[in-house]
Design a protein around this ligand. Structure first.
Ligand SMILES: [Zn+2]
Ligand SMILES: [Zn+2]
Length: 305
């Protein structure tokens, strides 16, 4: 589950959640791609809102691929109401260009449209990596979350939601689902619209043999990646009694598990930390967070024992 850190290939930095002026973003697709490439990203997925108002866009970013930058086609999907009556937001990275639209004319739910769960299932079946978008921003309930059986991941950090409404997280939703036995990973994303400072704040580092859409998508589905706001995770190894975390220099290394189980190690310029797992005896899963002196984090995917 953490073997990918030392497997062949290299890490590619990407943002999985981005908007252009094909929906409600400010910039055209070429400029969005140019900026991400200029900022040192290896790839992005442009994920415009897939609703009738915008002509159900799966924005074509293929022209902006180059030797050292690639794109994965995708969209943010919408259909069906959550418990609070608002429309579902589901991130789908790796959609075919002819993906059949739901009946989702605008940002409000309408009668008899596909449920969020059904749409997520269709996206996964069509080849996409699927994530439950911004649970905290959405006001997602656990009942809502449980319905989505086709997700690969929960979006646990959304930089746009951090900057726009200070509701960036999905960790609470993820951790409760993990404790119900759901095998879900996590993603940090930008949800960049370039309308606010909502870009370059959260990304994934994907370990793959090549920087191609196919290789990246396979690695995402296999969980061969971690999420970050800055720090690098370099290796995680686990025994029955302890977990060892190698990273770029950080100030804290924290392990989380079922219920209130957590253990933190603090220090100066930590790059190799070992944490005992005595407090995790009842936890079938663990996660690792590291935090640098500026408060920026990196997060592992859940590790099952
Ligand atoms: Zn959204
Ligand atoms: Zn979005």
């Amino acid at each position: 589950m953490t073997e990918f850190f030392t497997a062949p290939g290299r890490f590619f930095r990407g943002n999985l959640h981005t908007h252009s002026n094909r929906s409600d973003g400010v910039l055209d697709a070429a400029e969005v791609c140019r900026r991400y490439k200029a900022e040192g990203y290896d790839f992005i997925a442009l994920t415009d809102h897939f609703i009738g108002l915008y002509g159900y866009p799966i924005t074509d970013t293929k022209p902006f691929r180059s030797d050292d930058f690639t794109t994965i086609l995708g969209a943010e999907l919408h259909s069906g109401a959550m418990e609070n009556g608002e429309l579902w937001h589901i991130l789908a990275v790796g959609l075919p260009e002819d993906f059949t639209p739901p009946d989702a004319p605008h940002f409000l739910p309408v009668e008899d449209q596909e449920s969020g769960a059904e749409l997520a299932r269709r996206a996964r079946d069509a080849g996409a990596f699927v994530a439950i978008a911004h649970p905290e921003w959405s006001g997602l309930t656990m009942e809502d979350a449980r319905t989505i059986d086709a997700a690969h991941a929960v979006e646990t950090y959304n930089h746009g939601c951090a900057m726009g409404c200070d509701r960036p997280h999905g960790f609470h939703t993820l951790d409760l689902l993990l404790s119900e036995g759901r095998k879900l990973n996590l993603v940090a994303t930008d949800d960049a619209h370039f309308s606010e400072p909502n870009h370059f704040g959260g990304w994934v580092m994907v370990k793959a043999p090549h920087n191609t859409p196919e290789a990246l998508l396979t690695a995402l589905k296999d969980g061969n990646y971690y999420s970050s706001q800055g720090p690098e995770l370099r290796d995680i190894t686990l025994s029955d009694k302890e977990i060892r975390v190698k990273s770029s220099a950080v100030a804290s290394v924290i392990v989380q598990g079922h219920g209130s189980a957590a253990e933190a190690r603090h220090g100066e310029s930590l790059t190799d930390a070992t944490i005992k797992l005595d407090r995790f005896a009842r936890s079938p899963w663990l996660r690792v967070s590291v935090m640098d002196r500026a408060g920026r984090r990196a997060w592992s995917n859940p590790i099952w024992r």
